[in-house]
Design a protein around this ligand. Structure first.
Ligand SMILES: [Zn+2]
Length: 233
């Protein structure tokens, strides 16, 4: 073999080793990671997933501990409502062999926003979906309705699906799907949405949201949305 061609082989091997190392160590620049996420919109429906492994879905009950979230018309805290609904999603999902639900908290516990604990939990798990549950607030008590937030492009399909199911379950006014840079949506590596189920500052909506019946309907609609998003119907 000529000296020149063995040099080329050595150089190519070195390049391969560097590329493999980057692949294995999962390192990449922020912009590389961003483009991977932007390309991911349909990955969840098509690629990589082994049919026998359940999908991991992180349900994030908003607020908790010293962070009460908003205070409803009756004085109830948002953090309690979000936990009640999240626990019901977890309970109902036990019937679904294809879905494993993980809660970011299952009790009245504070999670640090500064440390990005919520998205971190989902990223560490390698979750397939992230759904944060909230109740809305406004100074004008007549304001009502439900809305769904997303940030990355790969989450828009999930936001539309979840909004549709939430409105079907509650019959609340449809305030639509909106883009917002909430950190739980920005820092998660998988399709992620934040649900505002209704206005706690609207006495009628709050009354309804505090009932077990509403919470089970909402939990079941969230589960239906998850199944539709994962093509599990
Ligand atoms: Zn909230």
């Amino acid at each position: 073999m000529k000296k020149g061609s063995s040099m080329i082989i050595i150089l190519l091997s070195a390049l391969m080793i560097v590329l493999l190392y980057q692949l294995v160590s999962g390192e990449g620049t922020a912009s590389e990671r961003k483009s991977i996420m932007e390309d991911r919109s349909d990955e969840i429906r098509t690629l990589e997933h082994q049919p026998e492994t359940p999908y991991k879905v992180v349900i994030d009950p908003g607020h908790g501990g010293k962070d009460n979230g908003s205070t409803g018309a009756s004085g109830n805290f948002e953090k309690d409502l979000t936990l009640q609904v999240a626990l019901k999603v977890e309970e109902l999902a036990k019937q679904e062999s294809q879905i494993e639900v993980y809660l970011t908290r299952s009790e009245d516990r504070f999670l640090s926003s500064a440390d990005r604990e919520r998205p971190e939990i989902a990223n560490q798990l390698g979750a397939d979906l992230f759904i944060s549950i909230h109740g809305n607030t406004y100074e004008d008590p007549s304001v009502s309705g439900a809305e769904t937030f997303y940030y990355h492009k790969n989450s828009l399909f999930l936001a539309k699906i979840m909004q549709k199911h939430m409105i079907q379950a509650s019959g609340f006014r449809d305030r639509g799907v909106k883009k917002e840079d909430f950190f739980v949506l920005k820092d998660t590596n998988m399709p992620a949405v934040l649900l505002e189920m209704g206005y706690l500052t609207n006495p009628q909506e709050e009354n309804e949201m505090l009932t077990e019946d509403f919470q089970y309907r909402m939990a079941s609609s969230i589960l239906d949305g998850i199944k539709e998003a994962l093509n599990l119907n």
